[in-house]
Write a protein that binds this ligand. Structure first.
Ligand code: HDE
Length: 737
């Protein structure tokens, strides 16, 4: 239907009054900040308090008196500190920053924040896991949320995405079922933050449309090394509309400047115990140290007339557009440069909504997106118990807000005057309606025509091609990790029927893949299980056209390993030392690491000073009980006969090394340190050159003889670190760590 949006004859247009710059969100928050260190303690009424350690009692051994207003107020406030956690994405970490376009995108969208390379738009980003509750571990296998709020001159725009480009389901009506199945079981509330249980795989195996997303979730993408090293995707197809009214389809991508990297599964599980805040801490510390996370925003643009030229439907959120068919167009960069002051007030209270749009960006008819447009505000009403959550500082736009919304719990705005309706003459017709030319939001006038029907388009009915595309695009190491993840996930499923059904689905992806999965979970590849789609699919003109649409069999852009960014910036190196280490070598190597932007920490049996063979001292930053190899990207053991002798007798140090070897991390040592590698089961390494003074990099194990040059040694170590992980270490399977 063609319809007209709000129009307005009023020629007296309000001029935007806010100039957005990097600091304005700060300024806006300023009035809400309180710093208890700077003043007297007071009650909520501002009355100074002289004593807060004892309640007011009838006698020092008597009952507490009801009239103790300070006690009552303090306790009541405490009793009400919690708000309901998010029903999904409950655990998250946030950061402030800004976004700046590289060039004007005005040809494609009239969104002002994308039109001027001189404008920095303040942003708030919240990264999250999906399944676990607020206190769950960071490193579980899961999709990660990547939600960005842009405080633009034209109002707030939210890009509420994930770190994977497809989604599990095609229609929002299945979301409650999906989430129920993946959350802990309703009878015993187990398992926490894990898909590895019967109910999830029962649902997934009965819903073949999940198959493509399952491949992503079983891949290393589901265990990111850092929020700073994770891609983000808008998932749905949206619309860009330019000033002339021309619309194009758009997919959004965030790419981390540090490259996309992952943990290994054993490491992720151990981290969940050793530091369950791993990802949140990593983000916080990076920002504190000035290593500001950066992400490049890119778009894939599709002309309206090309909508039906692919072999999948752009409106189907279980599909991605392969970059080989539509390349990414870089738009701008986001820098996260400030930690929140208060987790609850900012990160917890941040309320995102895919329907927060600005002129120049609009939604499509993707049935998953359409359902989200209802769900997000609805869920905030449950969390905040009021529609006034938009007035909380983190959610308030920088653009001025003028309307006749009023009242409700916790209303902050004090509206003036008698007039609270439109049209009005008593208020001089204010606030005026903004015509399109003045930035009034006008929904894209798409023609829509159809019968009311509970059905999906037949063009949504191919659930396997892109799962196969994903499998085909991985390197052998990535495929191996995926198969092992399936062994873990399905290995925890008790129902043989469910395991069989899922493997049957996988046979439609790739026979070899299905066989490899089946072999690890004790079942034969079934031949005769019905894996056809559920759902009511309707054939139509669009599906007919799409059958012959463009496709690719492989998309190298999907593989993390094929697209490594070779940088060592912000990587963490553990340096294992005991008394008697070689100070000269340590100092030189450490300086080279620092110059390359690498952080290093001295790890030893105990905290405190360690003495070099030549008498100098270094401070041990971490002891073995407080850390582990899993908390570092690489390890270095400086030479020094006594230090190495001591390390040879430390089980924790040997475990540290063998575990790092098993997790394919770069390891460097020289001289006597080579003995340590041999003892720590660092196998298959060619130590033939160990006495010749040569520096050798063997699958990421960098060794140097006694006469080796420390700079050359450090360079080779840095080279090994640029590779991130050395998956070609077949010998790691033999290491008992
Ligand atoms: Fe969400 N999702 N979602 N989701 N989602 C929520 O909103 C929902 C989906 C995403 O850091 C909830 O405020 C439905 C896709 C992120 O605060 C809720 C459907 C994508 C976040 C909700 C989806 C997302 C949420 C829970 C199926 C990637 C965290 C709390 C149609 C594009 C935002 C909240 C933050 C949060 C509903 C599917 C991303 C219940 C119904 C697809 C990053 O409204």
């Amino acid at each position: 239907m063609k319809g007209k949006d709000s129009s307005n004859e009023n020629k007296h247009l309000p001029k935007p009054t806010v100039k957005v710059d990097e600091k304005s969100k700060d300024h806006q928050l300023e009035e809400f900040r309180s710093d208890p260190r700077k003043d007297y303690l007071t009650t909520d009424q501002g009355v100074p308090v002289n004593h807060t350690d004892d309640s007011l009692k009838a006698g020092s051994r008597g009952p507490t008196l009801l009239e103790d207003f300070h006690f009552r107020e303090k306790m009541t406030h405490f009793d009400h500190e919690r708000m309901p956690e998010r029903v999904v994405h409950a655990r998250g970490a946030g950061a402030h920053g800004y976004f700046q376009p590289y060039q004007s995108m005005a040809e494609f969208t009239k969104a002002k924040f994308l039109s001027d390379p001189n404008v920095k738009t303040p942003v708030f980003v919240r990264f999250s896991t999906v399944v676990g509750s607020r206190g769950s571990a960071d490193t579980v296998r899961d999709v990660r949320g990547f939600a960005t709020k842009f405080y633009t001159q034209e109002g707030n725009y939210d890009l509420v995405g994930n770190n994977m480009p497809p989604f599990f389901i095609q229609d929002a009506i299945k979301f409650p079922d999906l989430v129920h199945s993946i959350k802990p079981d309703p009878d015993n509330d187990m398992p926490q933050a894990s898909a590895a249980h019967d109910t999830f795989w029962d649902f997934a195996s009965l819903m073949p449309e999940t198959t493509h997303m399952l491949m992503w979730v079983l891949s290393d993408r589901a265990i990111p090394r850092s929020f700073r090293m994770m891609e983000g995707f808008g998932v749905h197809t949206f619309r860009f509309i330019n000033a002339a009214g021309k619309s194009r389809f758009v997919k959004f991508h965030w790419r981390p400047m540090l490259g996309t990297h992952s943990l290994v599964w054993d490491e992720a599980q151990k981290l969940a115990g050793k530091d369950s805040d791993w990802l949140r801490r990593d983000l916080w510390e990076a920002i504190e140290m000035g290593d500001y996370p950066e992400f490049e925003l890119s778009v894939q643009l599709v002309e309206e007339e090309d909508e039906l030229k692919f072999d999948f439907d752009l409106l189907d959120a279980t599909k991605l557009i392969p970059e080989e068919l539509v390349p990414l167009k870089p738009v701008g960069k986001m820098v996260l440069n400030r930690n929140p002051d208060n987790f609850f007030a900012e990160t917890e209270q941040a309320a995102f909504h895919p329907g927060n749009l600005v002129p120049g960006i609009d939604v499509t008819n993707d049935p998953l997106l359409q359902g989200r447009l209802f769900s997000y505000v609805d869920t905030q009403l449950n969390r905040f118990n009021s529609a006034n959550f938009t007035e909380v500082p983190i959610n308030r736009p920088l653009a001025p807000v003028h309307n006749f919304q009023q009242d409700g719990f916790m209303r902050q705005t004090i509206n003036k005057g008698k007039v609270n309706y439109w049209p009005n003459s008593l208020g001089d017709g204010n606030p005026m309606l903004a015509p399109e030319e003045a930035g009034g939001y006008v929904h894209y006038q798409e023609r829509v025509d159809g019968h009311k029907i509970r059905a999906r388009s037949q063009s949504f009915n191919d659930h396997y091609s892109q799962a196969t595309l994903f499998w085909n695009s991985l390197t052998e190491a990535e495929k191996k990790h995926l198969v092992e993840a399936a062994h873990f996930e399905l290995g925890k499923v008790k129902s043989v029927e469910v395991r069989k059904r899922q493997v049957a689905n996988f046979t439609r992806v790739d026979a070899d893949f299905a066989r490899r999965v089946a072999a690890g979970i004790g079942i034969e590849v079934p031949a005769d299980i019905d894996t056809s789609s559920t759902g009511n699919y309707e054939d139509n003109e669009a599906s007919k056209k799409m059958k012959k649409g463009k496709s690719v069999k492989e998309s190298p852009a999907i593989s993390m390993e094929r697209n490594k960014i070779e940088t060592v910036k912000t990587r963490k190196v553990a340096i294992l030392v005991e008394d008697g280490f070689d100070c000269n070598e340590l100092t030189q190597v450490r300086a080279a690491l620092k110059a390359a932007g690498v952080q290093s920490k001295i790890v030893s049996k105990f905290l405190g000073k360690r003495k070099a063979s030549t008498g100098e001292e270094v401070n041990a930053d971490k002891s073995h009980v407080t850390t582990g190899s899993i908390m570092f990207d690489a390890i270095y053991i400086p030479d020094g006969e006594k230090s190495i002798e001591a390390l040879l007798k430390e089980g924790d140090a040997l475990h540290f090394i063998s575990e790092a070897f098993k997790h394919c991390k770069p390891i460097a040592t020289s001289g006597h340190g080579i003995k340590l590698l041999e003892r720590a089961f660092v196998l298959g390494v060619d130590f033939a050159d160990k006495t010749s003074g040569k520096v050798v990099n063997h699958k990421g194990v960098v060794t140097a003889g006694n006469e080796a040059d420390a700079d050359a040694f450090a360079d080779l170590f840095l080279d090994a670190m640029k590779k991130h992980r050395h998956w070609d270490r077949e010998e790691k399977e033999m290491v008992p760590a």
